[in-house]
Ligand binder design. Structure first.
Ligand SMILES: Nc1ncnc2c1ncn2[C@@H]1O[C@H](COP(=O)(O)OP(=O)(O)OP(=O)(O)O)[C@@H](O)[C@H]1O
Ligand SMILES: [Mg+2]
Length: 239
Protein backbone atom coordinates (compact mmCIF):
# COMPACT_ATOMS: atom_id res chain seq x y z
CA UNK A 1 0.00 0.00 0.00
CA UNK A 2 1.35 3.43 -0.88
CA UNK A 3 1.63 6.09 1.81
CA UNK A 4 0.34 8.82 -0.48
CA UNK A 5 -1.55 8.58 -3.75
CA UNK A 6 -3.51 10.65 -6.21
CA UNK A 7 -6.06 8.67 -8.17
CA UNK A 8 -7.34 10.23 -11.41
CA UNK A 9 -7.34 13.69 -9.83
CA UNK A 10 -9.04 16.44 -11.80
CA UNK A 11 -8.47 19.84 -10.22
CA UNK A 12 -8.40 23.51 -11.07
CA UNK A 13 -9.28 26.97 -9.89
CA UNK A 14 -12.56 27.46 -11.70
CA UNK A 15 -15.38 24.98 -12.25
CA UNK A 16 -15.21 23.43 -15.70
CA UNK A 17 -11.63 24.62 -16.29
CA UNK A 18 -9.43 21.74 -15.14
CA UNK A 19 -5.69 22.36 -14.84
CA UNK A 20 -4.90 18.84 -13.62
CA UNK A 21 -6.73 16.55 -15.99
CA UNK A 22 -6.88 13.13 -14.37
CA UNK A 23 -3.50 12.58 -12.74
CA UNK A 24 -2.53 9.47 -10.80
CA UNK A 25 0.65 8.89 -8.83
CA UNK A 26 1.74 7.12 -5.69
CA UNK A 27 4.56 7.41 -3.19
CA UNK A 28 5.62 4.65 -0.80
CA UNK A 29 7.07 5.20 2.68
CA UNK A 30 10.81 5.81 2.45
CA UNK A 31 10.54 6.79 -1.20
CA UNK A 32 11.11 10.12 -2.95
CA UNK A 33 9.06 10.73 -6.07
CA UNK A 34 10.05 13.77 -8.12
CA UNK A 35 7.16 15.57 -9.80
CA UNK A 36 8.62 17.23 -12.89
CA UNK A 37 7.33 19.01 -15.95
CA UNK A 38 7.44 22.27 -17.86
CA UNK A 39 6.28 25.59 -16.43
CA UNK A 40 2.55 25.73 -16.15
CA UNK A 41 2.11 21.94 -16.42
CA UNK A 42 0.06 21.90 -13.22
CA UNK A 43 2.63 20.51 -10.75
CA UNK A 44 1.90 23.06 -8.04
CA UNK A 45 -1.82 22.78 -8.69
CA UNK A 46 -1.66 18.99 -8.23
CA UNK A 47 0.36 19.35 -5.01
CA UNK A 48 -2.05 21.98 -3.70
CA UNK A 49 -5.03 19.81 -4.65
CA UNK A 50 -3.47 16.92 -2.70
CA UNK A 51 -2.93 19.30 0.24
CA UNK A 52 -6.58 20.34 0.11
CA UNK A 53 -5.83 23.90 -0.98
CA UNK A 54 -7.31 23.61 -4.48
CA UNK A 55 -10.69 21.94 -5.05
CA UNK A 56 -10.67 18.41 -6.47
CA UNK A 57 -13.45 18.13 -9.07
CA UNK A 58 -13.15 14.35 -9.35
CA UNK A 59 -10.79 11.58 -8.37
CA UNK A 60 -9.32 10.99 -4.93
CA UNK A 61 -6.37 11.66 -2.66
CA UNK A 62 -5.38 8.70 -0.52
CA UNK A 63 -3.23 8.73 2.60
CA UNK A 64 -2.17 5.30 3.78
CA UNK A 65 -5.12 3.85 1.97
CA UNK A 66 -7.79 6.18 3.36
CA UNK A 67 -9.57 8.67 1.19
CA UNK A 68 -8.74 12.16 2.50
CA UNK A 69 -10.15 14.10 -0.47
CA UNK A 70 -12.78 15.73 1.74
CA UNK A 71 -10.53 16.39 4.76
CA UNK A 72 -10.03 20.16 5.22
CA UNK A 73 -6.49 21.34 4.48
CA UNK A 74 -5.75 22.42 8.06
CA UNK A 75 -6.52 18.92 9.37
CA UNK A 76 -4.32 17.06 6.91
CA UNK A 77 -1.11 17.53 8.87
CA UNK A 78 -2.72 15.87 11.89
CA UNK A 79 -3.87 13.06 9.63
CA UNK A 80 -0.28 12.56 8.45
CA UNK A 81 0.23 14.68 5.35
CA UNK A 82 2.69 17.56 5.53
CA UNK A 83 2.95 20.24 2.84
CA UNK A 84 5.74 22.78 2.37
CA UNK A 85 4.59 25.41 -0.12
CA UNK A 86 7.12 27.24 -2.25
CA UNK A 87 6.78 30.62 -0.57
CA UNK A 88 5.66 31.94 2.78
CA UNK A 89 6.41 28.64 4.45
CA UNK A 90 7.76 30.18 7.68
CA UNK A 91 6.87 33.27 9.74
CA UNK A 92 9.72 35.69 9.01
CA UNK A 93 9.20 37.82 12.12
CA UNK A 94 9.14 34.89 14.56
CA UNK A 95 12.27 33.13 15.76
CA UNK A 96 13.17 29.62 14.69
CA UNK A 97 12.00 28.33 18.06
CA UNK A 98 8.72 30.28 17.90
CA UNK A 99 8.06 28.96 14.39
CA UNK A 100 8.43 25.40 15.62
CA UNK A 101 6.36 25.97 18.75
CA UNK A 102 3.56 27.63 16.83
CA UNK A 103 3.42 24.74 14.36
CA UNK A 104 3.42 22.29 17.26
CA UNK A 105 0.52 24.10 18.94
CA UNK A 106 -1.49 24.13 15.74
CA UNK A 107 -0.93 20.39 15.40
CA UNK A 108 -2.05 19.86 19.00
CA UNK A 109 1.39 18.66 20.14
CA UNK A 110 3.41 19.30 23.26
CA UNK A 111 5.38 22.36 22.16
CA UNK A 112 8.54 21.71 24.09
CA UNK A 113 8.82 18.02 23.27
CA UNK A 114 8.06 18.59 19.59
CA UNK A 115 10.55 21.43 19.35
CA UNK A 116 13.33 19.50 21.09
CA UNK A 117 12.75 16.52 18.82
CA UNK A 118 13.21 18.71 15.76
CA UNK A 119 16.31 20.30 17.28
CA UNK A 120 17.64 16.77 17.68
CA UNK A 121 16.94 15.93 14.06
CA UNK A 122 18.21 19.30 12.76
CA UNK A 123 21.07 20.42 15.04
CA UNK A 124 21.60 23.47 12.80
CA UNK A 125 18.16 24.72 13.81
CA UNK A 126 18.99 24.31 17.51
CA UNK A 127 21.98 26.54 16.96
CA UNK A 128 19.75 29.14 15.26
CA UNK A 129 16.85 28.84 17.73
CA UNK A 130 16.80 32.49 18.75
CA UNK A 131 17.25 33.94 15.29
CA UNK A 132 14.28 35.45 13.43
CA UNK A 133 13.35 33.22 10.51
CA UNK A 134 13.57 36.21 8.17
CA UNK A 135 17.30 36.30 8.82
CA UNK A 136 17.98 32.69 7.88
CA UNK A 137 19.73 31.72 4.65
CA UNK A 138 17.54 30.20 1.95
CA UNK A 139 18.70 26.71 2.82
CA UNK A 140 18.16 27.23 6.53
CA UNK A 141 14.69 28.59 5.87
CA UNK A 142 13.77 25.48 3.90
CA UNK A 143 15.10 23.35 6.74
CA UNK A 144 12.86 25.22 9.18
CA UNK A 145 9.86 24.86 6.85
CA UNK A 146 10.47 21.12 6.60
CA UNK A 147 10.93 20.84 10.37
CA UNK A 148 7.57 22.56 10.87
CA UNK A 149 5.94 20.01 8.59
CA UNK A 150 7.72 17.06 10.25
CA UNK A 151 6.72 17.93 13.82
CA UNK A 152 3.54 15.91 13.60
CA UNK A 153 5.46 12.90 12.26
CA UNK A 154 3.60 12.76 8.96
CA UNK A 155 3.56 9.59 6.87
CA UNK A 156 3.98 11.74 3.78
CA UNK A 157 5.53 15.09 2.98
CA UNK A 158 5.01 17.20 -0.15
CA UNK A 159 7.40 20.01 -1.07
CA UNK A 160 6.94 22.57 -3.84
CA UNK A 161 10.32 23.56 -5.25
CA UNK A 162 12.34 23.65 -2.05
CA UNK A 163 15.46 24.45 -4.10
CA UNK A 164 13.99 27.49 -5.87
CA UNK A 165 16.30 30.47 -5.67
CA UNK A 166 18.99 28.61 -3.74
CA UNK A 167 22.66 28.56 -4.70
CA UNK A 168 24.03 25.09 -5.59
CA UNK A 169 25.55 24.70 -2.16
CA UNK A 170 22.20 25.18 -0.43
CA UNK A 171 20.42 22.98 -2.96
CA UNK A 172 22.81 20.20 -1.97
CA UNK A 173 22.11 20.92 1.71
CA UNK A 174 18.33 20.81 1.27
CA UNK A 175 18.50 17.62 -0.79
CA UNK A 176 20.79 15.94 1.75
CA UNK A 177 18.22 16.82 4.40
CA UNK A 178 15.45 15.25 2.30
CA UNK A 179 17.51 12.09 1.97
CA UNK A 180 17.61 11.93 5.78
CA UNK A 181 13.85 12.42 5.97
CA UNK A 182 13.41 9.57 3.47
CA UNK A 183 15.68 7.46 5.66
CA UNK A 184 13.20 8.03 8.50
CA UNK A 185 10.56 6.29 6.37
CA UNK A 186 8.57 9.31 5.23
CA UNK A 187 7.03 9.26 1.74
CA UNK A 188 8.20 12.38 -0.11
CA UNK A 189 6.63 14.02 -3.15
CA UNK A 190 9.08 16.59 -4.46
CA UNK A 191 8.00 19.16 -7.05
CA UNK A 192 11.15 20.39 -8.76
CA UNK A 193 12.44 22.57 -11.61
CA UNK A 194 15.95 21.41 -10.87
CA UNK A 195 15.57 18.28 -12.98
CA UNK A 196 19.09 16.90 -12.78
CA UNK A 197 19.42 17.27 -9.00
CA UNK A 198 15.92 15.87 -8.51
CA UNK A 199 16.61 12.80 -10.69
CA UNK A 200 19.83 12.16 -8.79
CA UNK A 201 18.00 12.24 -5.45
CA UNK A 202 14.64 10.68 -6.27
CA UNK A 203 13.69 7.03 -6.54
CA UNK A 204 11.03 7.64 -9.15
CA UNK A 205 9.99 10.52 -11.38
CA UNK A 206 6.56 11.50 -12.59
CA UNK A 207 6.48 13.94 -15.51
CA UNK A 208 3.37 16.05 -15.83
CA UNK A 209 2.63 17.83 -19.12
CA UNK A 210 -0.53 19.88 -19.55
CA UNK A 211 -2.13 18.36 -16.47
CA UNK A 212 -1.51 14.77 -17.57
CA UNK A 213 1.07 12.23 -16.39
CA UNK A 214 3.34 11.43 -19.34
CA UNK A 215 6.06 9.40 -17.59
CA UNK A 216 6.24 7.49 -14.31
CA UNK A 217 9.55 5.65 -14.10
CA UNK A 218 12.65 5.02 -11.97
CA UNK A 219 14.48 8.34 -11.67
CA UNK A 220 18.16 7.66 -12.29
CA UNK A 221 17.81 6.03 -15.71
CA UNK A 222 16.00 9.19 -16.84
CA UNK A 223 19.21 11.22 -16.47
CA UNK A 224 20.20 11.86 -20.08
CA UNK A 225 17.05 10.21 -21.48
CA UNK A 226 16.10 12.17 -24.64
CA UNK A 227 12.38 11.76 -23.93
CA UNK A 228 12.70 14.17 -21.03
CA UNK A 229 13.88 17.27 -22.93
CA UNK A 230 11.42 16.34 -25.67
CA UNK A 231 8.54 16.45 -23.19
CA UNK A 232 9.73 19.77 -21.76
CA UNK A 233 10.47 21.37 -25.15
CA UNK A 234 7.40 19.95 -26.87
CA UNK A 235 5.24 21.61 -24.26
CA UNK A 236 7.03 24.90 -24.80
CA UNK A 237 6.61 24.79 -28.58
CA UNK A 238 2.90 24.18 -28.25
CA UNK A 239 2.40 26.80 -25.56
N1 LIG B 1 -4.41 30.74 -8.34
C1 LIG B 1 -4.61 30.46 -9.63
N2 LIG B 1 -5.76 30.84 -10.26
C2 LIG B 1 -5.98 30.55 -11.56
N3 LIG B 1 -5.10 29.88 -12.34
C3 LIG B 1 -3.96 29.50 -11.79
C4 LIG B 1 -3.65 29.76 -10.41
N4 LIG B 1 -2.43 29.23 -10.14
C5 LIG B 1 -1.99 28.67 -11.28
N5 LIG B 1 -2.92 28.81 -12.26
C6 LIG B 1 -2.78 28.31 -13.63
O1 LIG B 1 -2.67 26.90 -13.61
C7 LIG B 1 -1.75 26.45 -14.58
C8 LIG B 1 -0.75 25.54 -13.93
O2 LIG B 1 -0.02 26.28 -12.97
P1 LIG B 1 0.90 25.58 -11.89
O3 LIG B 1 1.38 26.65 -11.00
O4 LIG B 1 0.18 24.43 -11.28
O5 LIG B 1 2.07 25.00 -12.82
P2 LIG B 1 3.49 24.43 -12.41
O6 LIG B 1 3.66 23.16 -13.16
O7 LIG B 1 3.65 24.41 -10.95
O8 LIG B 1 4.46 25.51 -13.07
P3 LIG B 1 5.86 26.09 -12.57
O9 LIG B 1 6.87 25.07 -13.00
O10 LIG B 1 6.01 27.37 -13.33
O11 LIG B 1 5.82 26.28 -11.09
C9 LIG B 1 -1.14 27.70 -15.22
O12 LIG B 1 -1.78 27.89 -16.47
C10 LIG B 1 -1.50 28.80 -14.26
O13 LIG B 1 -1.70 30.00 -14.93
MG1 LIG C 1 4.84 25.39 -9.60
Amino acid sequence: MSALAAREVVAGYEPGLPIVKGASLSVAGGEIVALLGPNGAGKSTLAKAMAGLVPVASGAVLLQGSDITAVPAHLRLKRGLGFVPQTENVFANLTVRENLELAASLAGLDRRAAREEMFGFFPDLARLARLEAGRLSGGQRQMLAVARALLAKPAALMLDEPSAGLSPRYVAEVFAMLARVRQAGVAILLVEQNVKAALELADRAVVLVDGTVRLDEPARPLLGDPRLPALFLGAREHA
